[in-house]
Design a protein around this ligand. Structure first.
Ligand SMILES: [Zn+2]
Length: 219
């Protein structure tokens, strides 16, 4: 499996699909650049998604939210407290793994002894402002969808949308993964394509029954 992934990784590089970021300085774990072919593939998919998800539907609108929000957002969402990742460390080679990534042996050295799982917060910290006494600690968004909720009222007030309707967004999110690996399968910077659909709680049963026809209004 690892061999196959290595083949895919070097193919992606040779063909200009995905490059490791900062490669001339030895690379930086969990960050990748899309090359000339990769960016076209990604943009094609994005355009297709947006066209079908937003442009063709009257009950869905889009936003493009900021990456940094007020830190209270992440307090309220529970991310500061709970956005963690469990990690165990091999007692011999000190490589770190997610518990679900190992069976009984260390994939690196074959040792069978690990530390107890420890929890790490995945939010990327940053500082807003430059003056020492007025800096505010904030976070790069760990999930893109928060801005959809934050902008909900502004969207309602500025468009003709009424529930049921949806808000879509394509945007960057960041997670300080403790064990970034496997090409773009687990990265620290990535893009999320979100659709949040808002309905009145009383209609949930009906919508559940009608499945994908949620957006088709009876009028
Ligand atoms: Zn090991």
């Amino acid at each position: 499996m690892e061999d196959l992934l290595q083949k895919v990784t070097s193919l992606c590089k040779r063909r200009g699909i995905i490059f490791p970021n900062s490669e001339i300085y030895g690379g930086i774990g969990g960050f990748f650049d899309y090359g000339p072919v990769g960016v076209e593939m990604k943009n094609n998919l994005k355009r297709y998604w947006w066209k079908n998800m937003v442009d063709k539907r009257e009950d869905i609108v889009g936003i493009d939210g900021a990456i940094i929000t007020h830190p209270k957002v992440w307090e309220a969402s529970g991310h500061i407290e709970n956005f963690g990742d469990e990690v165990v460390e091999c007692k011999k080679c000190h490589q770190r793994f997610r518990p679900e990534d190992i069976t009984d042996k260390c994939p690196n050295c074959g040792n069978t002894e690990f530390t107890e799982p420890r929890s790490y917060n995945l939010l990327f910290e940053t500082e807003v402002g430059v003056l020492e006494n007025s800096k505010m600690k904030s976070y790069l968004r760990g999930e893109a969808c928060q801005t959809i909720y934050l902008d909900f009222k502004n969207v309602v007030d500025s468009t003709r949308q009424q529930i049921p309707f949806g808000i879509a967004q394509i945007g960057k999110a960041f997670r300080n993964e403790v064990t970034p690996n496997r090409l773009t399968f687990r990265t620290r910077e990535f893009e999320q394509w979100d659709l949040q659909f808002f309905v009145h709680p009383l209609y949930i049963q009906t919508i559940w029954r009608n499945g994908l026809n949620i957006g088709k209004r009876k009028e």
